[in-house]
Design a protein around this ligand. Structure first.
Ligand SMILES: Cc1ncc(COP(=O)(O)OP(=O)(O)O)c(N)n1
Ligand SMILES: Cc1nc(C(=O)O)sc1CCOP(=O)(O)O
Length: 195
Protein backbone atom coordinates (compact mmCIF):
# COMPACT_ATOMS: atom_id res chain seq x y z
CA UNK A 1 0.00 0.00 0.00
CA UNK A 2 1.31 3.42 -0.94
CA UNK A 3 -0.34 6.51 0.57
CA UNK A 4 0.24 9.91 -0.97
CA UNK A 5 0.54 12.80 1.49
CA UNK A 6 -0.24 16.16 -0.08
CA UNK A 7 1.80 19.33 0.24
CA UNK A 8 0.76 21.76 -2.49
CA UNK A 9 3.69 24.05 -1.66
CA UNK A 10 6.19 21.48 -2.91
CA UNK A 11 4.70 21.23 -6.39
CA UNK A 12 6.69 22.92 -9.14
CA UNK A 13 4.91 23.25 -12.47
CA UNK A 14 1.68 21.30 -12.15
CA UNK A 15 -1.18 21.85 -9.72
CA UNK A 16 -2.31 19.59 -6.91
CA UNK A 17 -5.27 18.16 -8.84
CA UNK A 18 -3.07 17.07 -11.76
CA UNK A 19 -0.71 15.39 -9.26
CA UNK A 20 -3.64 13.56 -7.63
CA UNK A 21 -4.99 12.50 -11.01
CA UNK A 22 -1.62 11.12 -12.14
CA UNK A 23 -1.19 9.39 -8.78
CA UNK A 24 -4.65 7.84 -9.04
CA UNK A 25 -3.86 6.57 -12.54
CA UNK A 26 -0.58 5.10 -11.30
CA UNK A 27 -2.41 3.08 -8.64
CA UNK A 28 -1.93 4.98 -5.40
CA UNK A 29 -3.85 3.32 -2.53
CA UNK A 30 -4.99 6.37 -0.55
CA UNK A 31 -4.46 10.13 -0.33
CA UNK A 32 -3.87 11.96 2.95
CA UNK A 33 -4.94 15.58 2.50
CA UNK A 34 -2.47 17.44 4.72
CA UNK A 35 -2.56 21.19 4.13
CA UNK A 36 -2.21 22.48 7.66
CA UNK A 37 -2.28 26.20 6.82
CA UNK A 38 -5.63 26.21 4.99
CA UNK A 39 -8.85 27.55 6.47
CA UNK A 40 -11.68 25.05 6.98
CA UNK A 41 -13.44 26.52 3.96
CA UNK A 42 -10.44 26.20 1.63
CA UNK A 43 -9.55 22.76 2.94
CA UNK A 44 -13.12 21.62 2.36
CA UNK A 45 -13.08 22.90 -1.22
CA UNK A 46 -9.82 21.08 -1.87
CA UNK A 47 -11.15 17.93 -0.22
CA UNK A 48 -14.27 17.93 -2.39
CA UNK A 49 -12.23 18.36 -5.57
CA UNK A 50 -9.83 15.59 -4.60
CA UNK A 51 -12.65 13.28 -3.57
CA UNK A 52 -14.14 13.79 -7.00
CA UNK A 53 -10.94 12.56 -8.65
CA UNK A 54 -10.40 9.66 -6.25
CA UNK A 55 -13.95 8.35 -6.22
CA UNK A 56 -13.72 7.47 -9.94
CA UNK A 57 -11.14 4.87 -8.94
CA UNK A 58 -12.48 3.98 -5.50
CA UNK A 59 -9.41 5.39 -3.79
CA UNK A 60 -9.92 6.42 -0.15
CA UNK A 61 -9.54 10.03 0.95
CA UNK A 62 -8.00 10.63 4.38
CA UNK A 63 -8.16 14.06 6.01
CA UNK A 64 -5.25 15.08 8.21
CA UNK A 65 -6.02 16.77 11.56
CA UNK A 66 -9.28 18.52 10.71
CA UNK A 67 -12.18 16.43 12.04
CA UNK A 68 -14.83 18.99 10.98
CA UNK A 69 -13.73 18.82 7.35
CA UNK A 70 -13.30 15.04 7.54
CA UNK A 71 -16.93 14.74 8.67
CA UNK A 72 -18.30 17.29 6.22
CA UNK A 73 -16.68 15.65 3.21
CA UNK A 74 -17.47 12.13 4.50
CA UNK A 75 -13.83 11.17 4.29
CA UNK A 76 -12.93 7.50 4.45
CA UNK A 77 -10.52 8.16 7.30
CA UNK A 78 -9.20 10.79 9.68
CA UNK A 79 -5.45 11.07 10.30
CA UNK A 80 -4.80 12.48 13.73
CA UNK A 81 -1.81 13.25 15.95
CA UNK A 82 -1.22 11.02 18.95
CA UNK A 83 -1.85 13.97 21.28
CA UNK A 84 -5.22 14.78 19.75
CA UNK A 85 -6.19 11.11 19.71
CA UNK A 86 -5.49 10.76 23.41
CA UNK A 87 -6.79 14.13 24.59
CA UNK A 88 -9.77 14.88 22.37
CA UNK A 89 -12.96 12.94 22.15
CA UNK A 90 -12.59 11.78 18.55
CA UNK A 91 -16.07 11.10 17.26
CA UNK A 92 -15.62 10.00 13.65
CA UNK A 93 -17.55 7.37 11.69
CA UNK A 94 -14.76 6.29 9.35
CA UNK A 95 -11.36 4.83 10.10
CA UNK A 96 -8.96 6.66 12.38
CA UNK A 97 -5.22 6.62 11.75
CA UNK A 98 -2.91 7.86 14.48
CA UNK A 99 0.52 9.43 13.88
CA UNK A 100 3.00 7.90 16.30
CA UNK A 101 6.68 8.44 17.03
CA UNK A 102 7.50 5.76 19.59
CA UNK A 103 6.72 2.11 20.37
CA UNK A 104 4.81 3.22 23.48
CA UNK A 105 2.59 5.54 21.43
CA UNK A 106 1.98 2.71 18.94
CA UNK A 107 0.86 0.33 21.69
CA UNK A 108 -1.34 2.97 23.30
CA UNK A 109 -2.90 3.95 19.97
CA UNK A 110 -3.76 0.30 19.32
CA UNK A 111 -5.21 -0.16 22.82
CA UNK A 112 -7.34 2.96 22.42
CA UNK A 113 -8.84 1.72 19.16
CA UNK A 114 -6.77 3.18 16.31
CA UNK A 115 -7.42 1.46 12.99
CA UNK A 116 -3.81 1.92 11.87
CA UNK A 117 -0.72 3.92 12.80
CA UNK A 118 1.35 6.25 10.67
CA UNK A 119 4.84 5.72 12.05
CA UNK A 120 7.72 8.09 11.46
CA UNK A 121 9.90 9.48 10.53
CA UNK A 122 11.88 6.45 9.43
CA UNK A 123 14.61 7.98 7.25
CA UNK A 124 16.12 11.43 6.93
CA UNK A 125 13.73 13.81 5.27
CA UNK A 126 13.99 17.49 4.42
CA UNK A 127 10.51 17.86 5.96
CA UNK A 128 11.85 17.13 9.46
CA UNK A 129 15.35 18.63 9.35
CA UNK A 130 15.90 18.92 13.10
CA UNK A 131 14.67 15.54 14.23
CA UNK A 132 16.58 12.25 14.28
CA UNK A 133 15.04 9.57 12.04
CA UNK A 134 13.85 6.43 13.82
CA UNK A 135 15.45 3.98 11.42
CA UNK A 136 14.43 0.57 10.16
CA UNK A 137 14.97 -1.10 13.57
CA UNK A 138 12.04 0.99 14.88
CA UNK A 139 9.75 -0.53 12.25
CA UNK A 140 10.95 -3.98 13.19
CA UNK A 141 10.30 -3.43 16.91
CA UNK A 142 6.95 -1.77 16.30
CA UNK A 143 5.76 -4.65 14.13
CA UNK A 144 6.57 -7.07 16.96
CA UNK A 145 4.63 -4.86 19.41
CA UNK A 146 1.31 -4.18 17.67
CA UNK A 147 -1.09 -5.98 15.34
CA UNK A 148 -2.82 -3.08 13.58
CA UNK A 149 -1.43 -1.98 10.19
CA UNK A 150 1.74 0.11 10.28
CA UNK A 151 2.13 2.73 7.56
CA UNK A 152 5.67 4.12 7.58
CA UNK A 153 6.48 7.69 6.67
CA UNK A 154 9.55 9.87 6.23
CA UNK A 155 12.19 9.71 3.53
CA UNK A 156 10.70 6.68 1.77
CA UNK A 157 12.01 6.14 -1.77
CA UNK A 158 12.50 3.37 -4.32
CA UNK A 159 15.82 2.35 -2.73
CA UNK A 160 14.53 1.79 0.82
CA UNK A 161 10.84 0.87 0.35
CA UNK A 162 11.56 -2.88 0.22
CA UNK A 163 13.45 -2.81 3.54
CA UNK A 164 10.48 -1.05 5.16
CA UNK A 165 8.09 -3.77 4.04
CA UNK A 166 10.54 -6.50 5.04
CA UNK A 167 10.62 -4.99 8.53
CA UNK A 168 6.89 -5.48 9.01
CA UNK A 169 5.20 -2.40 7.58
CA UNK A 170 1.86 -2.84 5.80
CA UNK A 171 2.41 0.25 3.71
CA UNK A 172 4.24 3.53 3.24
CA UNK A 173 3.24 7.17 3.00
CA UNK A 174 5.19 9.45 0.69
CA UNK A 175 5.09 13.22 0.36
CA UNK A 176 8.01 15.16 -1.18
CA UNK A 177 9.17 12.47 -3.60
CA UNK A 178 5.79 12.55 -5.32
CA UNK A 179 4.92 16.22 -4.83
CA UNK A 180 8.27 17.31 -6.32
CA UNK A 181 8.31 14.73 -9.11
CA UNK A 182 8.40 15.85 -12.74
CA UNK A 183 6.64 12.59 -13.63
CA UNK A 184 4.27 11.52 -10.86
CA UNK A 185 2.96 8.48 -12.76
CA UNK A 186 6.47 7.11 -13.34
CA UNK A 187 7.64 7.86 -9.77
CA UNK A 188 4.76 5.86 -8.30
CA UNK A 189 5.23 3.00 -10.75
CA UNK A 190 8.91 2.83 -9.73
CA UNK A 191 7.96 2.73 -6.05
CA UNK A 192 5.47 -0.04 -6.72
CA UNK A 193 7.92 -2.26 -8.59
CA UNK A 194 10.56 -1.73 -5.89
CA UNK A 195 8.44 -3.29 -3.13
C1 LIG B 1 9.61 12.69 17.49
C2 LIG B 1 8.77 13.25 16.40
N1 LIG B 1 7.74 14.06 16.70
C3 LIG B 1 6.99 14.58 15.72
C4 LIG B 1 7.25 14.28 14.38
C5 LIG B 1 6.43 14.84 13.27
O1 LIG B 1 5.19 15.16 13.65
P1 LIG B 1 4.48 16.56 13.40
O2 LIG B 1 5.36 17.48 12.63
O3 LIG B 1 4.02 17.07 14.69
O4 LIG B 1 3.22 16.18 12.58
P2 LIG B 1 3.15 15.63 11.10
O5 LIG B 1 4.28 16.21 10.33
O6 LIG B 1 3.23 14.14 11.17
O7 LIG B 1 1.82 16.07 10.60
C6 LIG B 1 8.33 13.42 14.11
N2 LIG B 1 8.66 13.09 12.87
N3 LIG B 1 9.08 12.92 15.13
C1 LIG C 1 4.19 14.57 7.15
C2 LIG C 1 5.21 13.80 7.86
N1 LIG C 1 4.96 13.26 9.09
C3 LIG C 1 6.04 12.61 9.55
C4 LIG C 1 6.09 11.95 10.85
O1 LIG C 1 7.13 11.41 11.22
O2 LIG C 1 5.06 11.96 11.50
S1 LIG C 1 7.37 12.62 8.50
C5 LIG C 1 6.49 13.54 7.38
C6 LIG C 1 7.04 14.00 6.09
C7 LIG C 1 7.25 12.87 5.14
O3 LIG C 1 7.55 13.38 3.95
P1 LIG C 1 8.57 12.76 2.92
O4 LIG C 1 7.90 11.62 2.25
O5 LIG C 1 8.73 13.92 2.03
O6 LIG C 1 9.82 12.42 3.64
Amino acid sequence: MIYLVTNRKLINKKNIYKVIEDAANAGIDAVILREKDLSCEDLYTMAINIKDILSKKNIPLIINSNIEVAKKVCADALQISFGDFVNKNVDFQGKVGVSIHSIEEGIMAQNLGADYVLAGHIFNTSCKPNLEPKGIEFVHKLSKSINIPIICIGGINKYNIKKVYESGASGVAVMSLIMESEDVFQTIKELKISI
